[in-house]
Design a protein. Structure first.
Length: 91
């Protein structure tokens, strides 16, 4: 099993950062069938082959995920895409 652990600084207000995380989760749900729910300021997400969370802090996001065998082979491209989206949404 492969793991992803990305920390990303941001300067958004709490409300704007939470809204941006929610929008990203909605797109992932539409595109890849990922299910998600909030537990305080942590968005948990899962689907077959991936289980993770996005922890929302006042100045930083932390994305962690465990990838199953098949998705583990794509860890590099998956991490790159996560970083691209974070750079785009959380400047």
């Amino acid at each position: 099993m492969s793991n992803i652990d990305i920390r990303h600084d941001h300067s958004l207000t709490h409300a704007k950062a939470r809204k941006a995380v929610e929008e990203v989760a909605e797109k992932l749900a539409e595109r890849f069938g990922i299910e998600y729910d909030w537990n305080g300021d942590i968005l948990n997400f899962a689907r077959s082959g991936v289980d993770g969370k996005i922890a929302l802090g006042p100045k930083q996001l932390r994305v962690t995920a465990s990838l199953g065998f098949l998705l583990g082979a794509l860890k590099g491209p998956i991490e790159s895409e996560i970083r691209r989206v974070l750079d785009e949404r959380f400047k």
